[in-house]
Design a protein around this ligand. Structure first.
Ligand code: MG
Length: 268
């Protein structure tokens, strides 16, 4: 065989196998979901390694849209009643979840973007497992409640839960590559690159959503292809949608509410 072919053929096969995505992306709810329990999509191993992050935070670049600069929540609204303002509490340059008023979302809709968002678990946080500072960043909201794709926010500094639901997981789909949690009381950051899913005219998936995310500067999601929207019970599947708001979760757990600050976005 020609020497060049010895080189080219293996390279081509690597490229072809890399390009092939054999995952099935469902465009309707699988029938087994009706009989499933929430425990069936919760995994406890392998546990991501604990990594101590550096002191890294990002100030907004010149072309970013500022979603919260410390003054007000004018860029946000209530999810339960989109005609109403976001009912969370702004004070001292930060805002805090109000569990009674429910989730909030951006007034603007986005498709592909780079997002920076900072959050803080209260120093006096109580509770355990999923009931310890639970909130979440829905990278695209598709309706009320938890409809959308959730990047989990939770205190996992010293708190065990199912690994596909811990801090930095794509909830019940992708375990984070590391646990980069800071102590409760310290500010933390997510830096996220989101590529929205694309759909064919008949509602089937043309290309799945993809996410890359850093937690306090540590890579936790590396171009992960989502299997569908977040589900508490059952296997994820897609529902066709276009540009969407970004949503923050007012989780119903009884622990002390968490806070957010310094949120900016660069549409791509
Ligand atoms: Mg959550």
């Amino acid at each position: 065989m020609n020497k060049k072919l010895f080189f080219i053929i293996p390279c081509m096969s690597v490229i072809i196998s890399y390009a092939q995505d054999t995952t099935k992306y469902l465009s309707s709810e699988p029938p087994e979901n009706k009989k499933m329990k929430h425990e069936e999509t919760e995994y406890y191993s392998p546990v991501p390694p604990v990594v101590t992050p550096g002191d890294h935070f990002g100030n907004a670049p010149s072309d970013a849209i500022i979603l919260f600069d410390g003054a007000n929540l004018d860029q946000w609204r209530s999810v339960n009643d989109t005609t109403k303002p976001a009912g969370w509490t702004v004070a001292d340059g930060i805002f805090t979840v109000n569990k009674k008023t429910g989730n909030i979302e951006t007034k603007q809709r986005f498709t592909d973007y780079q997002l920076h968002i900072e959050w803080r678990i209260p120093e006096n946080i109580t509770g355990k497992d999923q009931a310890r500072g639970n909130s979440g960043v829905f990278l695209a909201s598709s309706g009320t409640g938890d409809a959308g794709y959730e990047l989990q926010v939770l205190d996992c500094y010293n708190n065990q839960t199912y690994v596909d639901g811990q801090t930095g997981s794509i909830y019940k789909q992708s375990v984070p590559l590391a646990n980069a949690c800071k102590k409760p009381g310290e500010w933390q950051a997510y830096d996220i690159v989101w590529t929205a899913p694309r759909f064919n005219n008949d509602g089937t998936v043309k290309s799945p959503a993809r996410v890359t995310a850093f937690h306090n500067g540590v890579l936790i999601q590396n171009n992960f292809k989502l299997k569908g929207q977040t589900l508490y019970i059952g296997h994820p599947y897609y529902k066709s949608h276009g540009a969407s708001p970004i949503k923050l979760q007012a989780h119903g757990d009884p622990s002390e509410p968490i806070s957010y600050r310094n949120i900016w976005i660069r549409p791509l």
